[in-house]
Design a protein around this ligand. Structure first.
Ligand SMILES: CC(C)(COP(=O)(O)OP(=O)(O)OC[C@H]1O[C@@H](n2cnc3c(N)ncnc32)[C@H](O)[C@@H]1OP(=O)(O)O)[C@@H](O)C(=O)NCCC(=O)NCCS
Length: 185
C-alpha cells in the first residue's frame, strides 16, 4: 500500500469469520480463481481502480510472490459472464499481524465502470469465506484514510480499527465525520 501525508495508513481487523452470509453474486457476474497469465489483467484492474497507489508490472510479484498454487488458491476475480474482469481481491496471508490465524484481505479493487453497484460486498464475503476455508480464524487489512468508500465497506462488514499506535487513533478521529458507519475506537 502506498501512503503519504494525505492518505495515512491505517489497519482494520475482523476478529472472527463465523456466521458470514453466503456471497450473493449479482446475475451477469461470476467469481473465478486467478490463473497463470492473469497478472496483466490484475495490473490493469488495479491501475484503473486505484488512483492512490502506483502499480508497475513488478507489483504483482512483489505483493504475491511467484507461487502459482497460492495465487489460484487465494486471489479471485469477479468477471462478467463474457469473461471481462471487473473486480479483484485476495484472501492472503503474511506475518504482519500479531497472530498467525489472522488472514489478510488484500488488494481489493472494483473497476470504476462497475463501482457503486454493490459488487464489492459479495466479493468481500467470498474472500472472507475463502480465508476461513484456508484455515484462518479472523482477518485484517491495511488501507488509507483517503479511501472512505473502502473503509465504509469494511465497517459495514464488521471490520473495526486495529490501532497500531497513538497516531492512528488521530487519523481515525479525523475521518469519523465522513464515515457512513459507526466507528469503535
Ligand atoms: C472500495 C471499492 C472496492 C468499493 O467497491 P464498490 O463496488 O464501488 O462498492 P459497493 O457498490 O459494493 O458498495 C459497498 C459499500 O462501500 C461503501 N461505498 C461504496 N462507494 C462509496 C462511496 N462513493 N462513498 C462512500 N462509501 C461508499 C458503502 O458503504 C457501500 O455499502 P452501502 O451503500 O450499503 O453502505 C471501490 O470503490 C474501489 O475499487 N476503490 C478503489 C480501490 C480501493 O480503494 N480499494 C481498497 C484498497 S484498501
Amino acid at each position: 500500500m502506498n501512503t503519504n501525508a494525505s492518505n495515512p495508513a491505517v489497519a482494520m481487523q475482523r476478529t472472527h469469520l463465523d456466521g458470514l452470509p453466503a456471497p450473493s453474486i449479482p446475475s451477469g457476474f461470476r467469481l473465478r480463481a486467478f490463473a497463470s497469465g492473469d497478472e496483466a489483467r490484475w495490473l490493469a484492474l488495479q491501475q484503473a481502480s486505484d488512483t492512490l497507489s502506483v502499480f508497475t508490472p513488478e507489483t504483482f510479484q512483489l505483493k504475491f510472490g511467484t507461487d502459482p498454487a497460492a495465487h489460484a488458491a487465494r486471489i479471485r476475480f469477479l468477471e462478467t459472464d463474457a469473461g471481462e474482469p471487473v473486480a479483484t481481491a485476495a484472501a492472503w496471508f503474511d506475518d504482519l499481524y500479531r497472530r498467525p490465524d489472522f488472514g489478510r484481505v488484500h488488494w481489493v479493487a472494483v473497476h470504476p465502470a462497475y463501482q457503486g453497484r454493490g459488487l464489492s460486498t459479495p466479493l468481500m464475503l467470498a474472500i472472507l469465506a475463502l480465508l476461513r476455508e484456508r484455515g484462518h480464524r479472523a482477518a485484517y487489512l491495511t488501507t488509507g484514510t483517503a479511501r472512505i468508500a473502502a473503509i465504509n465497506l469494511y465497517l459495514k462488514l464488521s471490520f473495526t480499527p486495529w490501532l497500531r499506535d497513538a497516531q492512528e487513533r488521530r487519523y481515525w478521529e479525523a475521518i469519523r465525520p465522513a464515515l457512513k458507519y459507526p466507528l469503535a475506537l
